[in-house]
Write a protein that binds this ligand. Structure first.
Ligand code: IMP
Length: 183
């Protein structure tokens, strides 16, 4: 049948290969939560999710962290509907919180070329936070060019286009519960 949705094809027809299962995601996020809880004990960090892709990850991550924490979001331009990076990053929605003197954790879905995270590092470090760290669920280590530490990494993945768990293909498939490779 060709009236199946891409979601149905992914979940029911095995049309896409599962790269990281629901269970693997759950387990790794639990570990990241424990690590962040230990590292920030006694502090009240502010976690900033990078929209749109990080919304699922941050929702699970914050529930794995046993601290008083704040959440804010910003939005930057990414690929649009392309499968390759345009090479330019723009701030589409800035944070509302004042982060001067705060412990800030940026939460990304994926570091691909590293352009977005570099842009955010420059932009947010200028606002004088007490500390600035990065969490990313995924990183394509082969191609990411980042000249600073990414403090918390969920999974290193090969250079393939992935979807699900917040990551989109033409703005859909973010609601897939696992991470799939789209060939
Ligand atoms: P970077 O600036 O090249 O590191 O790309 C970061 C952004 O591109 C991510 O936050 C995603 O929105 C998007 N992106 C990069 N790789 C993928 C992918 O494999 N699937 C879906 N989105 C991706």
């Amino acid at each position: 049948m060709n009236d199946r949705t891409l979601f149905e094809k992914a979940v029911h027809d095995n049309a896409f290969r599962v790269l990281i299962s629901k269970e693997e995601l759950r387990e790794r996020i639990r570990e990241l939560g424990r690590q962040i809880t230990a590292d920030y004990r006694g502090k009240e960090p502010i976690m900033i999710g990078v929209l749109n892709g990080s919304f699922v990850f941050i929702a699970d991550l914050v529930r794995a962290i046993e601290l008083d924490l704040e959440i804010d979001f910003l939005k930057i331009s990414s690929y649009g509907n392309e499968l390759t990076s345009s090479g330019r990053v723009q701030m589409l929605k800035d944070i509302n919180a004042d982060i001067e003197g705060r412990h800030v954790l940026i939460v990304e879905d994926i570091v691909d070329t590293g352009l977005s995270i570099k842009f955010l590092e420059e932009k947010l470090s200028a606002l004088k936070p007490a500390s600035l760290k990065f969490v990313t669920l995924l990183i394509k280590r082969e191609i990411a060019k980042v000249d600073f530490d990414i403090d918390y990494v969920g999974f290193e993945i090969p250079n393939e286009f992935v979807i699900g768990y917040g990551l989109d293909h033409k703005q859909i498939l973010r609601n897939l519960p696992a991470i799939y490779v789209m060939d």
